[in-house]
Design a protein. Structure first.
Lengths: 732, 154
C-alpha cells in the first residue's frame, strides 16, 4: 500500500461538518462530529437536517488511560464495533489494548453521514464512516498534541505521538490521559493531517473482535437479556391473517394464571392484536395460549402461494414498468428461436429469522421515557416510540442494544416491534416493559424477503454471447407507500427489485429489463443483500448456461462478457481462478465445480464451489471466494464475513427454505418448518482471498450472500444435467 | 408454584416457579443467568444448550420439575471445566463469533463433544454440532476452533 488512499468518500464530506468539544465533566475529553445537511435528506426530504447539536461524544479519554470510543451503528455480527474504533484509534495513535467500544444511543450526531438517519443497512457502516472516524481520530490527536506543546512551550510540529503518548523535544513525554483535560479546552481544528496508508498501524491489519470474549463466556448482554427493576414481560397475539383485527376475546383462563398482570387489545400497523403482560415470559406465553380470540379477517386479502405463483408467472409474460431499455428492442426478433433461451424462475418469501428473537424494552415515565432496542433504524424507532408516548424524541432516551443478528429484520420502516412495546408500556407508567416476539411470532410475523418470479428471454449471437436480453421481474415493492418510495422507486420500478440485473456489468448490447409490483397482503422487507438475493441467482445461472452452451470455460466466458470498466469484478475473477486452480483440476469422482461472480454495494465477489450430492442434497465441500472491497479495514473480519456470509446465502437452497401461504395463513411455525442452514448444510471450508487495494473501503455485510446459491446450482447442473430455477431446492 | 433446589455450576440455587417452566426460563429470568439463550423453544436451534449431568441438553424443553439433583453446568460455569476453558480460548483465538447469540450453545455442545471424542473427525463434528443453528453461519470457524481445542487437549 504505497499510494495514498483514494477517497471516493470525500464527496460526502464537502458539506459543512465540524467538531465540538463538550464538558470535561468526567475528567476526560469529548469530541463530537456534527454534520450539516445529510445528502440524502436534501434529496428525499427524509429526516430534517440536525438543528440542535447535543453534546454527544465519540471519544472519551479516561483518567485511567482507557479510551472509550462510541460506535454510531448497531453491532449485530458485522464487526463494526471493532472496525470503527480501529479507524479512529489508528489516526489518534491510541494504545489499542486500552480501547473500549460502546454503541451510541439514538442522537442526531450519530446519523449516517450519507443516509442522514442513524441506521445500519446497505453495507454502509465502514463505507460511510471511514472518513468520519479517521477525521475524528486525527483531530483528537491534534488537540492532544496542542495541549502537550503548550505545556512544554514548544511548537506542535516538534511533537509526535505513539501508543497513547505524546513525545516532545528532549525526551519529554505525556500520556494521553494526563493531557485529556487540557486538550478538551483546545479549539477543534478545522483540518487535521490524515495518515498516509504506509503510516497505518491498525487499519489493514488482522485485529480480533472486541466483543469476542463476552460472547464466549455468556456475559455479553443482548436486548433480550435486559433485566430492569420491576420489569414486566409482554407478548402479543397477532391476527392469523395480516391486517385482521380482534372482534372479541375471552381472557378468563389467561388471567387465572398466577403472575398475569394485564390483557388488552392494541392496534397494530394494520389491524389489531391482544397484548398479555406478565411477570415472566413463560407465564405470558401460557396466558396467550389460553386466550380465546374471535378474529375478524373478513375484508382482508388471504394470500395463497399457489395462486400467487400463477398470477406472478402470468404477469412475467407481459412487459412491466421499464427499468432499462438499451439498444434495439427488436433485436430478439432477428434471432432464430433455436438460438434463444427462455427461462422462468421462482423465489419464495424468506424470513430473516435472526437467532435473537425480536424484542424491545420501553419504560414510560409520564414526561419522559427510556427505550432499549437492538435497532438497525435508531432514528425511526426512536421517533415512533416518542410519537406513541406523546413525547418529543429529545425526552426519550434510546439505548442501542447488541443484537443477535438481524439481516434487515431490525430495519423495519413501520417500526412495528418498538411501536408495540411503546403502546403496551404506555399503560404501565413507571414500569419497564420488555416485549418479546417468540420464534413462532417471528416466523409467522411477516416482513419477508418478497417472493419473485423472473422471466428471461435471451437471444444468443453467432459468437455464443448474449445479443439480446429481455427480462421481466415480478414481486412486491419493499418501499411502495413508505417514506423511502421517492428515493428508491423510479418510473414505477422499485430499484431494490431489479438491482443486479438492470445495472449488470455484463456487456449485453440489447438489454430490456422491466418490473411488475403487484400488491399483496404480506408485509415485505429487505433481506440481507436485498434484490441481489434473486437477481444474482438469475444472472449467474443463465450466464453459466450460456457458457456451457458455447462450450467455453465459465470463468473465461464471464471475463469475456464483462465490461472492461468492471475492474473490481475482473480482479476477483482473476484471483478466484488463481486460488482455486489446484483443487478445481483435481476433483474427486462425483464432484463438480460451480462458478459465480457478482458485484453489489460496490464490492465485487467471485466464488468457486466444490459440490457433490449426498443424501439427495448438495454437499458443499469447499468454497474459494475472492473479494474486492477496496481497502480491507480489518481483513480478519472481512474473511469472517465472507466465510459465514456464503453460509447464510445457502438459506435459499434449503429444502425447507421458504415461507408459504395457504388461505391467508403462514404454513410454517418455527425452525422445524422453516429451516435455515445447519453446519452440515454450509460449506465445510471457505478460503477467502482479498484483492489488495488502496481504494476507499466498501461494504462486506451483504456482498457475501448472493454468490453462493448460483454457484452451487451451477455445479449441480453438471452433476445432474438439470437447471434449477425454482427455489427452494426441494428435490434434486 | 413450587420450590426447587437446583445444583447449578456447583452452587445450590433455590427457585419458586411454576413446575412446567422450562429450565431455560428459570435460568434466564429467575436466576438472571442470561448466557443461556432462547432461540426457538422447541429444541430445534441449540441456543439454550446446557449440560445436565454432563450431557448436552436443550434447556428450553426440560421442565424445571424434572431436574431434581442433577448437576447443571451453563456457559457461565464452563470456564471452571478444563475442557471448557480450552474450548472458550480456542473460540476467542479463532475469532469465531459474529452476532454471538448462538455461541453459548455452540460452546456447550463442543465441550460435550470433546469430552466424549478427543479427536473428532468432520463427521463427528457434524453429528454433535448438527443441531446448533448459527444464523450468521460461522460454521467454518466453529470447526476450526473445535479442531484447535482438540489439539491442545491431547
Amino acid at each position: 500500500m504505497k499510494a495514498a488512499i483514494k477517497l471516493k468518500n470525500d464527496l460526502h464530506f464537502t458539506r459543512r461538518s465540524f467538531l465540538r468539544v463538550s464538558t470535561v465533566a468526567a475528567g476526560g475529553l469529548f469530541v463530537s462530529l456534527y454534520l450539516d445537511l445529510p445528502a440524502l435528506a436534501q434529496e428525499g426530504n427524509q429526516a430534517p437536517p440536525p438543528k440542535v447539536y447535543p453534546p454527544d461524544a465519540f471519544v472519551h479519554i479516561r483518567p485511567d488511560g482507557k479510551i472509550l470510543i462510541t460506535v454510531n451503528r448497531l453491532e449485530f455480527g458485522q464487526g463494526v464495533q471493532t472496525a470503527l474504533p480501529m479507524i479512529l484509534a489508528d489516526e489518534m495513535d491510541a494504545d489499542w489494548s486500552q480501547v473500549i467500544a460502546e454503541l451510541a444511543p439514538a442522537a442526531d450526531v450519530y446519523k449516517d453521514p450519507l443516509f442522514g438517519i442513524q441506521m445500519v443497512g446497505g453495507s454502509g457502516s465502514i463505507a460511510h464512516s471511514f472518513q468520519q472516524y479517521r477525521e475524528l481520530g486525527a483531530k483528537t490527536r491534534a488537540m492532544l498534541i496542542a495541549a502537550a506543546a503548550d505545556r512544554w512551550k514548544v511548537a506542535p510540529d516538534q511533537c509526535r505521538t505513539e501508543n497513547s503518548v505524546v513525545r516532545g523535544p528532549g525526551n519529554q513525554s505525556a500520556r494521553y490521559a494526563e493531557l485529556a483535560e487540557d486538550a478538551a479546552r483546545k479549539p477543534v481544528p478545522d483540518k487535521a493531517r490524515l495518515k498516509s496508508a504506509s503510516e497505518f498501524r491498525l487499519i489493514g491489519t488482522k485485529v480480533r473482535r472486541l466483543d469476542s470474549r463476552p460472547k464466549c463466556d455468556g456475559s455479553q448482554k443482548f436486548g433480550l437479556d435486559l433485566d430492569l427493576p420491576g420489569m414486566k414481560i409482554a407478548v402479543v397475539a397477532h391476527p392469523p391473517v395480516f391486517g385482521g383485527s380482534v372482534k372479541s376475546f375471552d381472557d378468563k383462563d389467561a388471567r387465572a394464571i398466577e403472575g398475569v398482570r394485564e390483557v388488552f387489545e392494541i392496534p397494530l400497523p394494520q389491524g389489531s392484536g391482544v397484548a398479555v403482560v406478565a411477570d415472566r415470559f413463560w407465564t405470558a406465553k401460557q396466558a396467550r395460549d389460553r386466550l380465546k380470540i374471535d378474529w375478524n379477517t373478513a375484508g382482508v386479502e388471504h394470500p395463497d402461494s399457489a395462486q400467487l405463483w400463477s398470477k406472478y408467472k402470468e404477469l412475467a409474460r407481459t412487459q412491466g414498468n421499464v427499468a432499462v431499455a438499451r439498444g434495439d428492442e427488436k433485436a430478439m426478433d432477428k434471432i432464430a428461436t433455436g438460438n434463444r433461451i427462455v427461462a422462468e424462475y421462482e423465489f419464495p418469501y424468506l424470513a430473516h429469522a435472526p437467532m435473537e428473537p425480536l424484542n424491545a424494552t420501553v419504560r414510560f415515565d409520564g414526561d419522559r421515557a427510556e427505550a432499549w432496542v437492538g435497532s438497525q433504524f435508531q432514528t425511526m424507532d426512536h421517533m415512533v416510540i416518542a410519537e406513541v408516548l406523546g413525547l418529543k424524541p429529545e425526552t426519550v432516551t434510546f439505548h442501542t442494544e447488541f443484537a443477535g443478528g438481524g439481516f434487515g429484520r431490525r430495519a423495519v420502516i413501520d417500526c412495528h416491534v418498538p411501536r408495540e412495546a411503546a403502546l403496551i408500556a404506555k399503560r404501565f407508567r413507571g414500569t419497564a416493559i420488555k416485549l418479546i416476539w417468540s420464534r413462532e411470532d417471528d416466523v409467522r410475523g411477516g416482513y419477508y424477503r418478497p417472493m419473485h418470479a423472473h422471466r428471461v428471454e435471451i437471444g444468443i449471437g453467432s459468437d455464443g454471447m448474449p445479443a439480446a436480453w429481455r427480462h421481466v421481474v415480478v414481486g412486491q415493492s419493499i418501499v411502495a407507500g413508505t417514506p423511502f418510495e421517492s428515493l428508491i422507486v423510479k418510473n414505477g420500478v422499485d430499484e431494490t427489485a431489479v438491482e443486479g440485473t438492470a445495472d449488470t456489468s455484463y456487456n449485453i448490447p440489447n438489454l430490456h429489463v422491466s418490473a411488475h409490483h403487484p400488491k399483496v397482503n404480506v408485509p415485505v422487507l429487505w433481506w440481507r443483500s436485498v434484490g441481489h438475493t434473486h437477481t444474482a441467482f438469475v444472472m449467474e445461472t443463465l450466464i453459466d448456461e450460456l457458457a456451457t452452451r458455447a462450450k467455453v470455460d465459465p470463468i473465461v466466458y464471464r471475463r469475456k462478457l464483462l465490461k472492461p470498466e468492471a475492474k473490481k469484478l475482473l480482479s476477483v475473477l482473476d484471483l478466484m481462478e488463481e486460488k482455486s486452480k489446484s483443487w478445481r483440476s483435481n476433483l474427486p469422482k462425483g464432484h463438480a465445480v460451480g462458478i459465480s461472480c457478482h458485484e453489489c454495494f460496490d464490492t465485487a465477489v467471485a466464488c468457486a464451489v466444490d459440490v457433490s450430492i449426498e443424501n439427495k442434497r448438495p454437499k458443499i465441500h469447499r468454497a474459494t471466494v475472492a473479494v474486492n472491497c477496496g481497502l480491507a479495514v480489518n481483513p480478519l473480519t472481512v474473511e469472517s464475513q465472507f466465510q459465514a456470509g456464503v453460509g447464510f446465502g445457502v438459506t435459499q437452497l434449503m429444502a425447507n427454505g421458504a415461507i408459504t401461504f395457504k388461505n391467508g395463513r403462514v404454513e410454517q411455525r418455527n425452525f422445524d418448518g422453516y429451516t435455515p442452514p445447519y453446519i452440515i448444510d454450509a460449506p465445510v471450508t471457505v478460503d477467502v482471498h482479498i484483492v489488495p487495494s488502496t481504494e476507499a473501503p466498501t461494504g462486506c455485510g451483504e456482498p457475501p450472500v448472493p454468490v453462493i446459491s448460483p454457484a452451487v446450482v451451477n455445479a449441480l447442473a453438471k452433476l445432474t444435467g438439470k437447471r434449477y430455477r425454482s427455489l427452494p431446492l426441494v428435490s434434486l | 408454584m413450587a420450590t426447587y433446589q437446583l445444583n447449578i455450576n456447583g452452587q445450590r440455587k433455590q427457585v419458586n416457579v411454576d413446575p412446567s417452566t422450562p429450565l431455560l426460563w428459570v435460568l434466564r429470568e429467575d436466576l438472571k443467568m442470561t448466557g443461556t439463550k432462547y432461540g426457538c423453544g422447541i429444541s430445534a436451534c441449540g441456543a439454550c444448550t446446557v449440560h445436565v449431568d454432563g450431557v448436552a441438553t436443550r434447556s428450553c424443553v426440560v421442565p424445571v420439575s424434572l431436574i431434581g439433583n442433577r448437576e447443571i453446568v451453563t456457559i457461565e460455569g464452563i470456564a471452571q471445566d478444563p475442557v471448557g476453558r480450552v474450548v472458550q480460548e480456542a473460540w476467542v483465538d479463532k475469532d469465531v463469533v459474529q452476532c454471538g447469540y448462538c455461541q453459548s450453545g455452540q460452546i456447550m455442545s463442543a465441550v460435550a463433544l470433546l469430552k466424549s471424542t478427543s479427536k473428532p473427525s468432520d463427521t463427528n463434528i457434524e453429528e454433535s454440532m448438527g443441531g446448533n443453528l448459527c444464523r450468521c453461519a460461522t460454521y467454518v470457524r466453529i470447526r476450526e476452533a473445535i479442531k484447535s481445542a482438540a489439539l491442545q487437549l491431547k
